[in-house]
Structures are given as structure tokens and as C-alpha cells.
Design a protein around this ligand. Structure first.
Ligand SMILES: [Zn+2]
Length: 553
């Protein structure tokens, strides 16, 4: 009979348990020293190893030759507990045995010493499902537990467990397993099972498993039909292959090829894909790209998991943050109008046209997107002038905006931008000059007078020193703004995500150095989160971070 991989590869010693060393090390030490509690409570999301650890602990306390805190899995006790023939170790699933009678029966038999092994162990899974009277019955035993008794309770929902029970248990919190640890274990199991699993497929499985080893191995099971398991095979086994076509659609949109984009959409539509689902997936992809862009070191935890890292990196290189934010806004607006009962197919087509050709939109965001395209073009021009001809050829390949999306001659656009910049600098100078005339040299300058000048200087410096992803954030005045007060430069940001990004040691050092250069003296750097009301209504990243969860149907 075929045995599911997650059962077959269920950990049998504490050392086999993945990613919960903070718990397994403690439990092993307790076994070695003999300082055991009579009641344990294991807390954590599904698939993180709670019941496996409970079984291992039950064996370890009864093992005849435990090794370094681990059960030997060979002695009479270990084997008897494993095959269920030793009745002194009882597993109860409160989700199905939640009656008070079960706990009463348990209470009656609990007084007897174990027949074969040292300790009678009750493992109660999903303990939060017990009824109130069952909890009361359990509490009675926990209040005066006989020495031969041990309880191991497990729950996914701590808040549903009564405080009276909690206070009598030693608590252990199981973490979601890190994607890297999951991928390693999944690869190991695949290898032992003689399955050919490509490394990026293992990473994808780990991300889809979302912290649960059980889910990760079940997913691996689902892919076992392929001779070699690639990332594409994983996606198609999960029914996510459509994602590849959504990625193709976005690629076409980013090139501004309206005709081709509508053809791809038509294909998805005739394959039965609902327009709402398609828009939602398109939004998810743009959100993931934006996350890749603004948090390049944020790791895979921020991503929805439907797209592989290679695809995201490729898009992140070719699309600007403004463009993605514009795209997300547009997609969300159209999903909204679908809810109002508009014709789904036409609405989705309109959305695609708007994304391909922002010149049809006259909203601020559409304009921003067009400006961002110009800026990028200018940046590339400057680069290709500076670098050699071979670099230029490189740019040609990787830059989708060279596909004549922009009608204005680039030279003219560059000249325009320079004039504008010069004006700004002049204004700032005048402002500072006037402010300077009104104050004594040793007076603390008013903040308003300083806001324009020094912050622009700091940003100009950061452009060369800071990581591009973080520079995008700090230079966007709807996300971050500098303010000088005495010896402290406060960077006011609009949300905690941005705060976390800027507070990283590396970016703090960059800001500090740039500030010292611009102000001519050392200042303290503080990153402060301000309420959206103070910072304007452009609290974009927060709303974007929730976008992945938008489900339409
Ligand atoms: Zn043993």
C-alpha cells in the first residue's frame, strides 16, 4: 500500500524535526536531566511538527535506551508506542472526541499506574476544541497529577484554551518553518525517494507550503508523476500553469503592445478564465514584482508564491515602481467596477488598454507613470553615453521601453528635465538665502527654511550610495521626508514597511554619511512613522501589501 510521503518521513527523533531547535533542544535536555513537566502545551500552525514532537516525547520518556535525549526507536517501549500496541500512551483528537465523557473516562483510568511503560502519556490534539465541561474535567487531573502521568496538549489556537489550563502547562511555541529549511528537507526526502527534484522546484514547493512541512511533502507527492520535477512541473501540478500566461500578458503590457495583450487575454478568456480572476492574478504578480523591487533582500516570505523568483527579478529590472503602483491602482479600480456589475470581459479589456497605453489616462498616476518612463529613458541615455558601445547593445536587449513606446525625442526630454532641475535648485538657493538673512549665524535654523535644500542634497548623495530599492523608497516624497531638528535628522515615513527598510544598518549608515556631508556636521538619524493623515493619503505600500489577499469570487 502506498504511504503518503509526509507519513513515511514523519520525524522519529528530536534531531529529525525541522526548524524547531529552540524546542527540541529544550526537550532533549529535560529528558537527559529527568526534569520533566507533567503537562506540556505545544502551540503553532498546522504542519510545524507539534504532534510529531508529542509522539517523540512520549517515546523518549519511556524509552529503555534513550540516546542523548532522543528515543532509540528500537526497544520494546518505542516499538509498542509506534505500532499502538502499548495502551499506556493514548492519542486523542479533541476535534472528534470533544465530549466530556471521553475526558471523564480518561480521568478514571488515569489514576492507575501504567501497565508496561514508565509513564502514562495522554496526547490531546486540537485541545481548544474540548467543551467547557471537558476542560473542567481535565483541569481536575492537572491540579493534582499523579507522578506516573504526563499530558501533551497541542493547539493551533492558543486564545481558545482557558487560562486555568494554560497556567498549569509548560508552553512551547512552534514556528512556521523557514522556506530554506523546508526546501532542504523536501530535497532530502526527494533524494531518498529517488525523485529528480530541481533546486528551484524545491524552493517553489517550500514557498507554496507556507511554513508547513506536511504541506510541503504533500505537494511533493502531487508532483511525483514527473520524471524530473522542474518549477514549471510544480506550477502545472498545482494548477498554477495559468500564471505563466499571466506573466506573458504582463510582459506584453509592459512593452505597450496593446494588440498582442488583447489577443493573450482573448486566449485566456476562451480557455474559461474569469476576467476577475485574471485581473486579480495580474495584480498579484505586479504586487510581487513591486515587493521584489522595493525589498530586494526581503526574501521570499513577502511574496504570494505563485511566481518564480527568476520571472520576478526579470520584471523588477524592467518596470519602475511608479509603473507598478499605477498598474495596481488601475487593476484594483477595474476589479471594483466589476463588483458594480459592469460587463466583465469589456471591463478587463479596458483595463488592459489602460495599462498598455497610459496616455489615455489623465489621472495623476497615469502622468506619474509617463514621467517615470521618461526618467528611466533619460537615465539609460546617460548610461549609454558614458559607457561603451557594447553596454548600449546590452541595454537595447534588456530595456523594453526602447520599443518606441515613447514618442518624444529623448534628447528634448533630457533638456526639459535639466531646465526643470536648474529652476528647482535656484529656488532652493533663494529660499535659503532669504532665510539666512533673517537669522543670526548661531541661531537654530527654522525647519521650513531647511526642508528643501538639505534634503535634496542628501537624496542626491544617497542616489549613489544607497541600494536602489531603498533609494526608490526614500526619494519618493509620498513615502519618506527628512526633517532636521537640532542634532537629529528625522526621516518621517508613512508606514512600518518603509520604516523597516530604512532602519536596516546599511541604509542608516548611508543616510548618516549623506547627512554629514550635506550639513557639514554629524547628526543623529531617526526613522519615525507618522500617521497617514499627517503624511497625506498616499499610504500606498500598506494597501498594496494586502493586495495579494484580494479574492474576487
Ligand atoms: Zn527506545
Amino acid at each position: 500500500m502506498y504511504q503518503a510521503l509526509y507519513r513515511k518521513w514523519r520525524p522519529r527523533t528530536f534531531d529529525d524535526v525541522v526548524g524547531q531547535e529552540h524546542i527540541t533542544d529544550t526537550l532533549k535536555n529535560q529528558i537527559i536531566s529527568g526534569r520533566l513537566s507533567h503537562a506540556y502545551l505545544f502551540i503553532g500552525t498546522r504542519g510545524t511538527g507539534k504532534t510529531s514532537c508529542a509522539k517523540i516525547l512520549a517515546k523518549a520518556v519511556n524509552c529503555e535506551h534513550s540516546e542523548n535525549g532522543n528515543p532509540c526507536n528500537k526497544c520494546r517501549s518505542c516499538l509498542g508506542i509506534d505500532d499502538g500496541s502499548i495502551m499506556d500512551v493514548v492519542e486523542l483528537d479533541a476535534a472528534s472526541n470533544n465530549g466530556v465523557d471521553n475526558v471523564r473516562a480518561l480521568r478514571d483510568e488515569a489514576v492507575f499506574s501504567p501497565a508496561i511503560v514508565k509513564k502514562r502519556v495522554y496526547i490531546i490534539d486540537e485541545v481548544h476544541m474540548l467543551s467547557t465541561s471537558a476542560f473542567n474535567a481535565l483541569l481536575k487531573i492537572l491540579e493534582e497529577p499523579p507522578g506516573h502521568l504526563m499530558f501533551i496538549l497541542a493547539t493551533t489556537e492558543l486564545h481558545k484554551v482557558p487560562a486555568t489550563i494554560l497556567s498549569r502547562c509548560q508552553r512551547h511555541s512552534f514556528k512556521r518553518i523557514e522556506p530554506a529549511a523546508l526546501a532542504k528537507r523536501i530535497s532530502y526526502v526527494a533524494e531518498q525517494e529517488s525523485m529528480k527534484l530541481e533546486p528551484n522546484a524545491a524552493e517553489l514547493l517550500a514557498r507554496l507550503a507556507d511554513g508547513s512541512l506536511r504541506d510541503g511533502l504533500s505537494l511533493l507527492d502531487q508532483c511525483s508523476g514527473y520524471e524530473t520535477i522542474s518549477a514549471e512541473n510544480v506550477l502545472s501540478a498545482m494548477g498554477l500553469a495559468g500564471n505563466l500566461r499571466v506573466a506573458e500578458l504582463l510582459e506584453t503590457i509592459s512593452k505597450g503592445d496593446t494588440g498582442k495583450a488583447l489577443t493573450i487575454f482573448g486566449g485566456l478568456w476562451s480557455d474559461g478564465k474569469a476576467p476577475a480572476t485574471m485581473l486579480s492574478e495580474l495584480g498579484s504578480l505586479m504586487r510581487d514584482i513591486l515587493m521584489t523591487k522595493v525589498a530586494p533582500k526581503g526574501g521570499n516570505e513577502l511574496l504570494s508564491g505563485g511566481f518564480d523568483r527568476g520571472t520576478l527579478d526579470r520584471f523588477a529590472k524592467n518596470m519602475t515602481a511608479e509603473e507598478l503602483i499605477y498598474g495596481l491602482d488601475s487593476v484594483q479600480a477595474h476589479i471594483g467596477s466589476l463588483r458594480d456589475g459592469r460587463d466583465p470581459k469589456t471591463t478587463a479589456e479596458l483595463c488592459i488598454i489602460e495599462l498598455c497605453e497610459p496616455q489615455f489616462g489623465d489621472s495623476i498616476d497615469a502622468l506619474k507613470k509617463r514621467i517615470a518612463k521618461l526618467e528611466e529613458l533619460i537615465g539609460n541615455q546617460a548610461l549609454s553615453h558614458k559607457d561603451t558601445v557594447t553596454k548600449e547593445a546590452d541595454n537595447e536587449m534588456s530595456n523594453p521601453w526602447n520599443d518606441s513606446v515613447i514618442q518624444e525625442p529623448p534628447k528634448q526630454a533630457a533638456a526639459f528635465a535639466e531646465t526643470e532641475k536648474a529652476e528647482t535648485a535656484e529656488e532652493v538657493f533663494e529660499e535659503e538665502f532669504e532665510a539666512g538673512n533673517e537669522r543670526n549665524s548661531d541661531e537654530v535654523p527654522s525647519e521650513e527654511a531647511l526642508t528643501g535644500g538639505f534634503w535634496t542634497d542628501i537624496l542626491a548623495d544617497l542616489k549613489h550610495t544607497m541600494q536602489p530599492g531603498q533609494y526608490i523608497i526614500i526619494s519618493n516624497d509620498s513615502m519618506a521626508k527628512g526633517e532636521l531638528q537640532g542634532d537629529t535628522l528625522t526621516v518621517n515615513v508613512t508606514n512600518s514597511f518603509v520604516k523597516g527598510q530604512l532602519e536596516q544598518t546599511q541604509s542608516m549608515e548611508c543616510i548618516k554619511a549623506a547627512a554629514q556631508k550635506a550639513l557639514g556636521r554629524a547628526v543623529r538619524i531617526k526613522i519615525a512613522e507618522v500617521k497617514p493623515a499627517q503624511a497625506g493619503s498616499t499610504n500606498k505600500i500598506d494597501s498594496l501589501s494586502k493586495f495579494g489577499n484580494v479574492k474576487f469570487e
